[in-house]
Design a protein around this ligand. Sequence first.
Ligand SMILES: *Cc1c(COP(=O)(O)O)cnc(C)c1O
Length: 421
Amino acid sequence: MGCRSLDSQGSRRGGVSGDSGAGDGLDPATRLVLAGRRPEWTDALVNPPVWRGSTVLYGSVAEMRARQHDTHHKLYYGRRGTPTQWALADALTALEPGAAGTLLYPSGVAAIAAALMSVLSAGDELLMVDSAYEPTRSLCDGLLARMGIVTRYYDPLVGGGIAELIGPRTRAIFLESPGSLTFEVQDVPAIVAVARAHGITTLIDNSWATPLFLPALALGVDLSILSCTKYVVGHSDALLGSVTAAPGRWQALRQASYQLGQHVGPDDAWLGLRGLRTLGVRLAAHRDNGLRVARWLAEQPEVAAVLHPGLPGCPGHDLFARDFRGASGLFSFVLAGGDDAARVALIDGLKLFGIGYSWGGFESLAIPADPQSLRTATRFAAAGPLVRLHVGLEDPGDLIADLAAGLARFRALRDGSAHQP
Ligand SMILES: *Cc1c(COP(=O)(O)O)cnc(C)c1O
C-alpha cells in the first residue's frame, strides 16, 4: 500500500500523478477529482475496483526473485497492497504539495504510532503539544515511555519559544493544530523554523483541517498525519489513517510501517477513496454550518466562550487567519457556570446531535469533555463545563433551534440548583 508517485501516468482517461501535487498547476478541487485515478488501476472504469488478495502468484521462481527488487506499485504480497490501496495513497499524496508518498493505516491512532516510531529511538526525546488528542498522549506515556522515549509536553501557544525547550536528545516535535477539545491554533511556521535549525523532525496531526485547509508539508512539516476516519471517509462507516511524508522522511516511514506489518483492507480503502472525491464540497458545508452555529452560540447568555479557530476569541485566531484556508465543523463551547448535570441535560435532550465519539461524518454530534484533566504543561481554566460539537450537513437553522432548547434545559437546571441549599 506504499505509494511513491514517481511516474506521471496521467492520460486522456483522467488521473494525475501523485508526485508533488504542487507541480501540476491544478486547483485542489480539481486534484480531488483526478488524483489516484491511474488508467492502469481503473482500466476504463471511473473508480478502481476492490482488489482482494493475499497471495500473489508468479510465473516462475525467476520472476518471483526479480519482483523482490521492484515492488513499487506492483503486486508482490497482499500486505503491500493492491491498486485499491495505492489509488487512495496516491490521491492523498497529490493533496500535499511537496510530498514524496503516503502510507495507509487501519486507524488514525495506528498512523500516529507508526509515524512516531519511524522517527524515534530509545533515549530520544519528543516534544508533544499539551492539547494533543488523548490517545496520542496515552501512546507517549505508555508504549513510547516503556521503549525509553521521553515525552515533554509544551504549551500549544509556545510558537518560536519552543527553541528554549530543545535539548541534546530532542529528536521530534509533534503538533496538532487546532488542539483537540480546546482548539488552540499553533504557529506552525515558527515551530518548523526552529526544528529545521536543529535538524529535528516535525509531525502534525492534521485531521481537523485536512490538507485542503492546511497544506502542512508546504509549510515545512515533515510528516502529515490524518485520521481519515473523520473527513476523508466522511460517512462514519470506516476507520482509516494515513501519513504523508516529505522526501527526507519517506524511506524511514515506509520501513517502519512495513516492519510493523501495517495494512488496510481494500474495502476500507475504497470507502476512503469514495469519501475523498467529495471532501471539498463537504468541508465547505461543514465550515459554513459550523461558523453559523458558532457565531450564534457566541451571542447566547448561557455560553461563556466559543472555542472555534474562526472566531476572534479563540487562542491563535490570528494564526488561523494567516495559515488556514478554512475551518472544519468541529469546535467547543464553554457554558456560563452550571455543573455536569446541567450540561448533561443540555446534551441528552438534543434531537439532531448524536452522542458519540469521533466526528467528520455527515451528521452532527455533541459530547461533554473535560480538557483540564488531560493537561500537564498548561492549565485550561473555564467558566463552566465544556461541550464539543461536530456540526454536520443538516440545516444550521434546525441545529440552532435544537441547541436553543438545550440551552434552556441547561439554564433551568443551573439557575434552579443555584437556589437550593
Ligand atoms: C479521532 C482522532 C484521531 C484518531 O483517529 P482514529 O481513526 O479514530 O484512530 C487522531 N487525531 C485526532 C485529532 C482525532 O480527533
